[in-house]
Design a protein around this ligand. Structure first.
Ligand SMILES: Cc1cc2nc3c(=O)[nH]c(=O)nc-3n(C[C@H](O)[C@H](O)[C@H](O)COP(=O)(O)O)c2cc1C
Length: 298
């Protein structure tokens, strides 16, 4: 399968490597995820989840040495085990901490530094005290997902609130949230003028064609099915190779299918075939059956 045309670029501009980088030679900076031979260093932005300026500076230094052009700080992760330790979006209620951390980072950093955040952890008002801090530093990009951490993914992204922040933000601003189709992109694009940078999340997991569709790409049904099929097999084979053939990859593939199932006419039928599987062979057979028996719905 690997000699097939690959329908999607291996690494999109918004792909993130999330590293927790404790020591100078931390193991997780040596894997394929960060290896410049496996990535496009011009366009991939490695991401770190940390509140330790020294750790972020070490990460920045190593990423720069590897050829990357930018690092991104994750101030958006909403999961309680992260956020309760004031990491991810758990940092947003503490503007003084953010200021001290950024001050130290910008004394030394010599690679582009961008930030991904939410409106807050407990309240959407938290962003108002954080924006003046962000504005003190030359961020290369600020990505805002307009939900609060406590919501996780519930409710809708607050596009109006995002819009109200636009005039107050100095950094190049990126909108992220609830772009699931060309239609929702169009609506959000109009509502967030003059913002012209957008990041896709679950929409891309559900429909891996979405970024290209937004750019005007079109495929007929057989092409779509074939491309999606190749993508799913390629990804699985790569992950399996990475994991030394361990069935642990099934957990990751099932997580993808929990989004991808909505690309099919009968998502619940697809999910029932995939969710209980715990052997590689069974998984491979189930995937073949899905592609043989269930039509894509777009
Ligand atoms: C399975 C999954 C994994 C994610 N991992 C990351 C991550 O490592 N770093 C990050 O900044 N955001 C991560 N996100 C959040 C997305 O980047 C995005 O902010 C979020 O899904 C909201 O956008 P959406 O409404 O378009 O999905 C993840 C989201 C999902 C669903």
């Amino acid at each position: 399968m690997s000699s097939f045309f690959r329908p999607f670029p291996r690494h999109h501009r918004c792909a993130f490597f999330t590293g927790i980088h404790k020591e100078e030679h931390a193991k997780n900076l040596q894997g394929e995820e960060i290896d410049p031979r496996c990535n496009d260093v011009e366009t991939l932005t490695p991401q770190i989840l940390s509140t330790d300026a020294e750790e972020i500076l070490r990460f920045a230094k190593q990423c720069k040495q590897l050829g990357y052009k930018e690092i991104n700080l994750n101030m958006g992760c909403p999961f309680p085990r992260v956020a309760n330790k004031k990491r991810g979006c758990g940092l947003l209620p503490y503007p003084d901490m953010v200021e001290a951390m950024f001050k130290r980072i910008f004394e030394e950093i010599d690679i582009n530094f961008s930030v991904k955040c939410r409106l807050g952890y407990f309240s959407p008002d938290e962003i108002e005290a954080i924006i003046p801090i962000f504005n003190k530093f030359p961020l290369s990009e600020l990505i805002i997902h307009p939900r609060i951490g406590k919501q996780l993914y519930k409710g809708e992204a607050d596009v109006e609130r995002f819009k109200s922040l636009i005039p107050y933000i100095n950094a190049p601003l990126v909108y992220n949230g609830d772009i699931f189709s060309v239609e929702s992109f169009g609506r959000i694009h109009v509502a967030t003028q003059p913002v012209n940078r957008f990041m896709l999340g679950r929409g891309l997991l559900t429909n891996p064609f979405l970024a290209e569709e937004i750019r005007g790409g079109a495929w007929n049904a057989p092409e779509r099915t074939e491309h999606l099929h190749v993508y799913v097999i390629d990804l699985y084979e790569d992950r399996l190779r990475h994991a030394g053939g361990s069935p642990k990859v099934l957990g990751r593939m099932k997580e993808l299918w929990s989004y991808l199932m909505y690309s099919f006419e009968e998502p619940q039928v697809v999910w029932r075939k995939i969710k209980k599987i715990n052997a590689l062979r069974e998984y491979e057979e189930a995937v073949e059956e899905v592609f043989k028996s269930i039509e894509l719905n777009f």
